[in-house]
Design a protein around this ligand. Sequence first.
Ligand SMILES: [Zn+2]
Ligand SMILES: [Zn+2]
Length: 98
Amino acid sequence: MGQSFYTCDSCGSAMGDYSHEIEFCDCGKIFCQDCASEVGYRDEDYYKEETGEYHESTCIYCRLETIDDNELLDFALAKIGVEKEVFRDICINTKKSK
Ligand SMILES: [Zn+2]
Ligand SMILES: [Zn+2]
C-alpha cells in the first residue's frame, strides 16, 4: 500500500502517485498528461511584488472558459428546480419502463 491513486478529472483514468504524470490545477482538478493540453492546463511562474515568486496553474474550468458536466447538470437542475436525486429516480424509472 502507501500508494495513492488519482483520477483524471477529464478522462477519468486512474493514475499512480507519480507527480510527473499528474498535473494538479490550483482549482483542485487533476489531469493526466494526455488531458492537460486538452483542458488548456497552464502552469505559470511569475513575479509578484508582495509575495515574491508566484506560481499559478489554471485550466479552462477555473478560467471559466467552460464548465464541467456535473456543474452544468447541477446548474440546470437548480434552474428548473429539481433535486438531483429526484431527477435520477425519474431517469432510472424511465429507463426501466422501456
Ligand atoms: Zn485524462
Ligand atoms: Zn483549474
